[in-house]
Write a new protein. Structure first.
Length: 117
């Protein structure tokens, strides 16, 4: 089986894109979303998050944006980002590829149970 496409988001980048799928968030909001959905990253550190956000910005997958109306008047230091259409498509493509990989693995086990170990 071929490896991931070189432009595929890393697991952390994919989690960030998924977090932003429901609307703009600031860094701490992204961390809360990811930690609320998964334990895959344990205690996600802000430095790690911001490096991943920088890569996603450079790739055109997220962009800075104003605070949403319900966040206005809050902490002015919070910098919000939102998903771009390119980011939405990258997440969609990666999730579809993951789904296909899992489906193929399950189908192989059903056809030949020895495949699963």
């Amino acid at each position: 089986m071929a490896g991931p496409h070189p432009d595929a988001p890393t697991p952390l980048e994919l989690e960030i894109l998924v977090a932003l799928g429901s609307g703009p968030l600031h860094g701490y909001g992204i961390i809360q979303d990811i930690e609320g959905r998964t334990r895959a990253f344990g205690n996600l550190r802000s430095g790690t998050l911001y490096l991943a956000l920088r890569r996603l910005k450079q790739a055109g997958r997220v962009e800075p944006c104003p605070a949403p109306p319900d966040e206005r008047g809050g902490d002015s230091r919070r910098k919000f980002v939102r998903l771009t259409e390119a980011g939405r498509e990258a997440a969609r493509a990666e999730l579809l590829a993951m789904h296909r990989t899992v489906a193929v693995g399950v189908a192989r086990r059903l056809v030949d149970p020895r495949e699963g170990g």
